[in-house]
Write a protein that binds this ligand. Structure first.
Ligand SMILES: [Mn+2]
Length: 341
């Protein structure tokens, strides 16, 4: 039966985690520093508390995040599927839909093992989700820190490194804080473990490859504007990465530049998915406009000001559709502000 707690955590969640003998930890496909950092810190804390935790994601650890996992804890389905049969509980970090976790979660469910979640993304009403969903948190990393503290499990400097990376990643290096002082309080407590934050900062925010810099130039050359410059958008064909040695998802790194432009309220990026005819929509917005509902209407998800979806079909058709939806959101919500003023 679906059951969800926010924060503070309800006892049934803590009891189940504390009593789990063997826990399989997972995160979403295209793993990022928030999902990986959260599951790695939880894995270390659980092991120190005598619980056999292990990580089996759909995807292998991306090479650019190798520094997050010096002990090689991050496993993946192709290699480590066999470990899943040992699990008495599955725990998904930074996502709550089985489709985003893919085979490890599907496998556990098919074999009768509960799959619970630790997430900060909004869940659609009526969804079959059990675990902790706390949308007030900046990141799964901040939420996982609170969870480890509530469980009484240790957060040593190694786990602190993973959690600090998770929070830094999801807050865009502590820029998107939603005026919540607790995010900085958690970061301060992590630093108090003796953590050196400089290597994390450089690994996350100052390690772009030359190929990625070239790619950024190509993407920026494709940017167009709508709604009198309040919307910046780019629709990218698969050839955008031709001849460049860059990760598949590197295209998305350009979106902060779009939304970081004067006068732009919403940035929209349509980029190639993994399969032909599949497109990934990413949207970011400034405070004045919420775009989360657009992603939800398209079967995607995320947050009010950072959201996305997976689309199938013709890129030009989708681009026209989505730019129109975003322009409408900008005009409706700006108008609402004018009348309030
Ligand atoms: Mn996250």
């Amino acid at each position: 039966m679906a059951r969800v707690t926010g924060f503070p955590f309800e006892p049934w969640l803590l009891d189940r985690l504390a009593g789990a003998g063997r826990v399989a930890l997972m995160t979403h496909v295209g793993p990022d520093a928030d999902g990986l950092g959260s599951q790695l810190a939880f894995c270390q804390g659980a092991r120190a508390a005598g619980i056999d935790a292990f990580i089996v994601n759909e995807d292998p650890l991306p090479p650019r995040y190798a520094w997050l996992d010096p002990d090689g804890l991050v496993g993946h389905f192709e290699r480590d599927q066999g470990r899943l049969s040992e699990a008495t509980l599955g725990l998904v970090f930074d996502a709550h839909e089985v489709e985003r976790v893919q085979r490890p979660a599907t496998w556990l469910r098919q074999h009768g093992t509960d799959v619970w979640v630790i997430d900060h993304h909004a869940v659609r009403p009526g969804s079959d989700v059990t675990g902790c969903v706390a949308t007030g948190f900046s990141s799964s990393g901040e939420l996982t820190y609170r969870l480890l503290r509530a469980l009484g499990w240790p957060v040593d400097v190694g786990a602190a490194r993973c959690l600090y990376a998770a929070i830094s990643f999801d807050t865009g290096s502590f820029r998107f804080l939603r005026n919540d002082p607790n995010t900085l309080r958690v970061a301060a407590e992590l630093i108090e473990t003796g953590l050196d934050t400089n290597p994390i900062q450089e690994a996350l925010w100052a390690s772009r490859s030359r190929g990625e810099l070239t790619l950024l130039g190509r993407v920026l050359a494709k940017v167009q504007y709508a709604a009198q410059g309040r919307v910046a958008w780019a629709a990218l064909e698969p050839d955008i990465t031709d001849g460049l040695d860059v990760a598949h998802d590197a295209v998305g790194e350009s979106i902060p530049f779009l939304v970081g432009t004067e006068g732009v309220l919403v940035a929209v990026l349509l980029k190639p998915g993994r399969a032909p005819g599949e497109w990934k929509l990413s949207m970011r917005s400034k405070t004045a406009v919420r775009i989360g509902h657009i992603a939800q209407e398209l079967g995607g998800g995320g947050h009010a000001h950072a959201a996305g979806a997976t689309l199938h079909g013709d890129l030009d058709t989708w681009t026209r559709d989505i730019v129109a939806r975003v322009v409408a959101a900008v005009e409706t919500q700006s108008r609402g502000q004018d009348t309030q003023a």
